[in-house]
Design a protein around this ligand. Structure first.
Ligand SMILES: *Cc1c(COP(=O)(O)O)cnc(C)c1O
Length: 431
């Protein structure tokens, strides 16, 4: 998904709460080998401090500004993580009524919720209006019409932003690039003014702001600056047409270090973006952002046990008990995740090159390719940078129950999701 790192990536990503102490991989002050033994594998483990420290970088960046951080909960929607972020002041970016109810169950403040997505149903709109969400990020003209109708039938005016497509290349994987023409998201820059005129004419809508989100795993400042300029151009044009734009929602997308990438820190990125806004006279404007991956991605690992080693003529396979249903990113985007043993091998241990693969009956079921590892059956490995778009994308393919989750805080570890039970897999079936 990114060009291969030119240098060997460091063993552990920077900024994560991971370290080796006396040969043991620790998350904060908890030895991961102990958690694997206690809770079994596959097991997701997250660091509370790493999540809060990632959030703090954004909060520092916005110090003294009118800004609302809406965590894009599709990155990781576990209730304990949502609760942690809600308590730290976050709102939420949701994409379904399921996420809405999940956020509310975790104690979210409805007015700090924004509703994104291209396929909102009338029922989803009605429920979001009923609880009083902060804003609908609308992605098409017909959606504007339907939302106006639904809001009128509820005796309300729905607050809306239109998601504009600034046609900026975020230079990321095509499946997670969203700001270019030719993808399904947003309204083309050229049509945005007309869309705002239409929105302002509809009786069930109240124009609240403007929204954009150019993609994910963005590791450079330049595409963001370009997008900011395009959005500010639009705000100028829309306001010249007499339609006030309250807030600017600049989406999410900031990348993390999976294999040596060096994305800007959130506070450094926003120093540049705010300087641009200030220079153009938009410094006082209310800002909203929708970060997902950059808040949780490097706060989590997935622990897995080595089941079998299968050396071969062309490839050596290290078969582990986590699979594409637990951690779909490699299968889905050929994504790279560092994989390290939770107990460091002794210097004399024999290292070989392994493809780390899961038990699922698909050739695409791999977690890492050509990794130098000194491993034996029964060893535990940690798949790093597994806090975002892993558990939230997990499935039950091959009738595999979803993994358990643990949240670490200092020397404490708390189970936040039990391992799914086999009976749960067919609970809703009428066979
Ligand atoms: C996925 C998504 C985000 C979050 O993206 P990250 O890359 O995880 O920060 C924000 N806004 C919208 C509309 C999204 O679809």
């Amino acid at each position: 998904m990114t060009s291969p790192a030119t240098t060997t990536p460091a063993l552990l990503p920077g900024g994560a709460a991971l370290s080796f102490q006396n040969g043991q991989l620790m998350l904060e002050q908890v030895a991961l080998s102990a958690l694997a033994r206690e809770h079994g594998t596959p097991l997701f483990v997250y660091s509370r401090a790493a999540i809060l420290s990632a959030l703090a970088a954004y909060q520092r960046g916005f110090a003294g500004r009118r800004a609302q951080i809406c965590y894009a909960m599709k990155a990781n929607a576990s209730l304990a993580i949502l609760r942690l972020l809600a308590e730290a002041g976050c709102g939420f970016d949701i994409v379904s009524v399921g996420e809405l109810e999940r956020a509310l169950a975790a104690g979210a403040t409805p007015s700090k919720i924004v509703f994104s997505g291209i396929g909102k149903t009338r029922q989803e709109m009605r429920r979001a209006l009923e609880v009083g969400i902060g804003c609908f990020n609308v992605e098409s003209l017909p959606e504007l019409d339907v939302l106006s109708e639904v809001a009128q039938s509820c005796g309300q005016r729905a607050p809306v932003s239109i998601r504009v497509n600034p046609n900026v290349d975020a230079r990321t994987h095509p499946y997670i690039s969203t700001g270019l023409k030719g993808n399904k998201f947003g309204i083309a820059h050229e049509q945005a003014l007309a869309a705002y005129r239409h929105a302002a004419s509809l009786p069930g809508l109240r124009v609240a702001g403007i929204d954009c989100h150019i993609g994910s795993q963005i590791t450079e400042v330049a595409p963001y600056l370009e997008a900011m300029d395009r959005v500010l151009d639009l705000v100028t044009a829309i306001e010249a047409a007499g339609i006030a734009i309250g807030h600017i929602d600049f989406g999410g997308g900031l990348g993390i270090d999976y294999r040596g990438e060096t994305p800007p820190a959130a506070d450094a990125l926003w120093a540049e973006l705010l300087a641009r806004m200030d220079a153009r006279g938009f410094g006082e404007r209310q800002i909203m952002i929708e970060p997902g991956r950059s808040l949780v991605g490097n706060a989590g690992v997935c622990l897995t046990e080595v089941l079998y080693l299968k050396p071969g003529e062309q490839k050596n396979f290290c078969i582990v008990d986590a699979a594409m249903n637990d951690l779909p990113r490699p299968a889905l985007y050929e994504a790279y995740h560092r994989i390290v043993p939770v107990v460091q091998a002794t210097p004399d241990a024999a290292t070989s090159t392994w493809d780390v693969v899961g038990p699922v009956c698909e050739s695409g079921d791999w977690l890492g390719r050509e990794r130098a590892l000194a491993v034996r059956p029964g060893d535990h490995l940690a798949v790093l940078s597994a806090g975002a778009y892993c558990m939230s994308m997990a499935s039950n393919y091959n009738a595999r129950p979803r993994a358990a989750e643990v949240l670490v805080d200092g020397a404490q570890a708390r189970l936040i999701r039990r391992r799914e039970q086999l009976q749960d897999l067919w609970r809703d079936e009428l066979g």
